[in-house]
Design a protein around this ligand. Structure first.
Ligand code: NAP
Length: 251
């Protein structure tokens, strides 16, 4: 078992984030489960604790500067200095550009970009002090452009720029920053997309699988595996990278 670290996973009450939280706990890390609804976070934390891990649930809106400061301080007080950060919280507000509202644009920027910025700025204080840290940002294949997602694709491309800059600035303190860019992963988020398109989730997944080289859709565990690698002790010379986890080549 590797050295136990303290990890924060945002948007971890469900979907990819919940799976990443479980995986990091299985890897031996203490985990803070961050999401909007503290009760929902606690459900995931309870599952981790019941399985022999160590976790707390913390209700935090990652786009809120004051809540982020308070949430990260609570982690430091209850679990110890957080040195692994997974910026996973995300939302979609899809629409074609002519129908996209300013509210749709701002909401997506606030959670993905402002959220990842605020969380990284807060956690890097502990990482640089410890001389060790791992930041993993969730980008997406949508960063390459995706119809109906002007806001989301801009935010996910922005996550890649943020990742590379964090890698440049924080490397000298033993902190790496990398991004995972998933393809289609079966979660509530993609189920909502199917609903918006007026197709069943099963039909949607089958159509995506047919177009994917490995002939299946992704599962949250596929992303958790990549996050586990980037967070590991041995990945200290891997920084500023964008890993497409999409069942085939992208970009
Ligand atoms: P999901 O099932 O919708 O889960 C996202 C989680 O983020 C939810 O628990 C949500 O809370 C939380 N969240 C939303 N706004 C937040 C905020 N302001 N502060 C804290 N938490 C917040 O999504 P997912 O599919 O697991 O996606 C996770 C990440 O992977 C996202 O960044 C997404 O963009 C990215 N991604 C997903 C896919 C995919 O195919 N699923 C592909 C590429 C990238 P509520 O439940 O309260 O809304």
């Amino acid at each position: 078992m590797s050295t136990q670290r303290v990890a924060i996973v945002t948007g971890a009450a469900r979907g990819i984030g919940a799976q990443v939280a479980h995986r990091l706990a299985d890897d031996g890390h203490a985990v803070a489960v961050f999401d909007l609804d503290e009760a929902a976070c606690q459900v995931v934390a309870d599952e981790i604790n019941a399985a022999g891990g160590k976790a707390i649930g913390v209700g935090v809106d990652v786009s809120d500067e004051v809540k982020v400061e308070a949430g990260v301080s609570r982690v430091a007080a209850e679990l110890g200095a957080p040195t692994i950060l997974i910026n996973n919280a995300g939302i979609i507000r899809d629409n074609l550009i002519f129908k996209m509202t300013v509210a749709d644009w701002d909401a997506v920027m606030a959670v993905h970009l402002r959220g990842a910025f605020l969380m990284s700025r807060e956690v890097q204080q502990y990482q640089t002090k410890e001389g060790w840290g791992r930041i993993v940002n969730l980008s997406s294949t949508s960063a390459l452009g995706n119809r109906g997602q002007a806001n989301y694709s801009a935010a996910k491309a922005g996550m890649q720029g943020l990742t590379k800059t964090l890698a440049l600035e924080l490397g000298r303190y033993g902190v790496t920053a990398n991004a995972i860019a998933p393809g289609f992963i079966a979660t509530d988020m993609t189920a909502a997309t199917a609903e918006r398109m007026g197709v069943t989730f099963e039909d949607f997944k089958a159509a995506v699988a047919k177009e994917t080289p490995v002939r299946r859709v992704g599962e949250p565990a596929d992303i958790a595996h990549a996050a586990s690698f980037f967070a590991s002790e041995g990945a200290g010379f891997v920084s500023g990278q964008i890993l497409y986890v999409a069942g085939g080549p992208k970009d």
